[in-house]
Design a binder for this molecule. Structure first.
Ligand SMILES: *[C@@H]1O[C@H](CO)[C@@H](O)[C@H](O)[C@H]1NC(C)=O
Ligand SMILES: *[C@@H]1O[C@H](CO)[C@@H](O)[C@H](O)[C@H]1NC(C)=O
Ligand SMILES: *[C@@H]1O[C@H](CO)[C@@H](O)[C@H](O)[C@H]1NC(C)=O
Ligand SMILES: *[C@@H]1O[C@H](CO)[C@@H](O)[C@H](O)[C@H]1NC(C)=O
Ligand SMILES: *[C@@H]1O[C@H](CO)[C@@H](O)[C@H](O)[C@H]1NC(C)=O
Ligand SMILES: *[C@@H]1O[C@H](CO)[C@@H](O)[C@H](O)[C@H]1NC(C)=O
Length: 407
């Protein structure tokens, strides 16, 4: 009896421990509130997932103050991704190795270079031993300036992942260049030509069209209802107020680029172009095998096709009009006990309506729009679901052990 309980407890403990050990840059940086903005952007740009998938990697993180210099340049999220991918080195550089570079200087390949966006030999970071034991970093295309310096090591798992702090963002004109423009893309004509003409025509007659176009460069994903679905919905649509109509249309756009692969691997809440302050206007992406569904409390729509999927724009067709509770409360089924509340997960995008690219990828880790909020967020309960789960598991083990002992 006693033995069986203990064995169960040990097994439980082991399985819990094994869930902690995967390398997870988000989790590593969560320990440092001062790096919350950098961490937030690794998540929104999906670089976090790319970092986690590399076995040998070095992340040169900058603190919130240094990130605000980058954000003050008002780059598109696409350019921010390029800049940050410049801070991910495809080799292992722990503090020790940095101070022992052969001949005092080296060029490190970066994730930016690996994307193929970089031309020629740019995309490398020059690491140089400076006088007085300092180690300097600079983009190779930055005129020989190695003016960012190594500050400290944040986390090192030798030869797997090294997370270090450098003093400032590495400037690279190439990484900061605006997205190579989907310039001539006309969203509504793409939709019209692929079975979503009713939605496209409605969009053309609304101020929402501008919201969509304004978001193209920063990344945009559109879920457009097919003609049958939107035609059937028109009477209800006509019943909405002018601002309700605009919100309904904007509700079908998400201000970040999400490829089909990203949608399949990222279940969770998603903010939309209509998200503004207290009006959440969000929905949940949920995968069921190969099928991606979008759920509001009132409707579950399926993705039926891909009209275009080319960074920074993706347009998918869906089989139903998405109904936000903000506009169709009356239709809500009698309030069942709310399913595990997505709680405080998504902070509504501050003025997200027309510019800020914000999507909460997963309820447990939804980034908020306001970088300054991130410090608070990183201490918030939602982020620590994993730890809470472990805590519960551990107390369960203790309980079992105690029970065993008392026998
Ligand atoms: C990484 O850690 C974060 C925060 O602890 C968690 O929300 C996320 O699900 C983890 N990602 C993976 C791939 O385990
Ligand atoms: C270091 O410098 C020496 C002499 O200039 C050179 O032969 C060698 O290839 C250099 N090593 C590296 C790793 O660059
Ligand atoms: C790195 O930059 C320094 C300073 O501009 C330069 O002297 C050095 O040769 C560069 N290193 C490499 C490997 O290009
Ligand atoms: C480093 O990664 C390898 C391969 O994924 C793994 O086998 C090894 O245990 C890791 N080392 C540490 C210290 O986590
Ligand atoms: C897209 O095409 C439609 C008609 O073909 C036109 O009315 C609309 O202004 C175009 N949109 C943009 C942003 O050029
Ligand atoms: C339009 O609104 C009116 C008044 O609120 C309501 O009676 C009617 O059923 C609505 N029509 C549709 C199609 O929703």
């Amino acid at each position: 009896m006693q033995l069986r309980y203990s064995a169960a407890a040990v097994l439980l403990l082991l399985s819990l421990l094994s869930t902690i050990s995967a390398h997870n840059i988000t989790k590593i940086l969560n320990k440092y509130p001062d790096f919350s903005t950098f961490n937030h952007y690794l998540t929104t740009t999906h670089l976090a997932a790319e970092i986690n998938s590399h076995e040998t990697i070095t992340v040169c993180a900058v603190d919130n103050a240094a990130m605000s210099d980058l954000l003050s340049k008002h780059l598109s999220i696409y350019a921010i991704k390029n800049v940050l991918s410049f801070h991910v080195l495809l080799d292992y550089f722990g503090a020790k190795k940095l101070h022992q570079i052969t001949n005092g200087t080296a060029l490190a390949a970066t994730m930016f270079q690996a994307t193929g966006t970089a031309a020629g030999s740019s995309g490398f970071v020059n690491i140089t031993d400076l006088k007085g034991g300092k180690v300097g970093f600079g983009a190779e295309d930055n005129g020989g300036n190695v003016d960012a310096t190594f500050v400290k090591s944040l986390d090192e798992i030798p030869y797997n992942i090294s997370v270090i702090q450098i003093s400032k963002i590495l400037t690279s004109s190439e990484a900061e260049a605006p997205a190579p423009g989907p310039s001539q893309m006309n969203l509504t004509s793409v939709m019209s030509a692929h079975g979503c003409k009713v939605f496209a025509d409605t969009l053309l007659a609304s101020a929402a069209e501008k919201t969509y176009n304004d978001n193209i460069d920063g990344g945009l994903t559109v879920f457009c209802p097919g003609d049958d679905a939107f035609k059937a919905f028109l009477p209800k649509f006509k019943n909405l107020t002018a601002s309700g109509k605009q919100s309904l249309l904007e509700y079908h756009g998400v201000p970040v680029y999400q490829s089909m692969a990203m949608l399949k691997s990222n279940n969770g809440l998603m903010n939309t172009l209509a998200t503004d302050g207290a009006s959440k206007f969000d929905f949940t992406v949920q995968n069921d095998g190969e099928q991606v569904t979008l759920k509001t409390k009132l409707v579950t729509a399926k993705i039926t096709g891909t009209l275009i999927d080319e960074q920074p724009v993706a347009i998918f067709s869906i089989d139903k009009v998405l109904l936000p509770t903000e506009l169709f409360k009356g239709l809500a089924p009698t309030p069942a006990p709310a399913p595990a509340p997505v709680a405080d997960a998504p902070k509504p995008a501050k003025k997200g309506k027309h510019s800020s690219p914000v999507a909460a990828d997963a309820p447990a880790d939804s980034p908020s729009d306001d970088a300054a909020d991130q410090t608070a967020d990183s201490n918030g309960a939602v982020r620590f679901n994993g730890e809470r789960f472990i805590a519960v598991g551990l107390s369960l083990c203790m309980g079992l052990l105690l029970t065993a002992v008392s026998f």
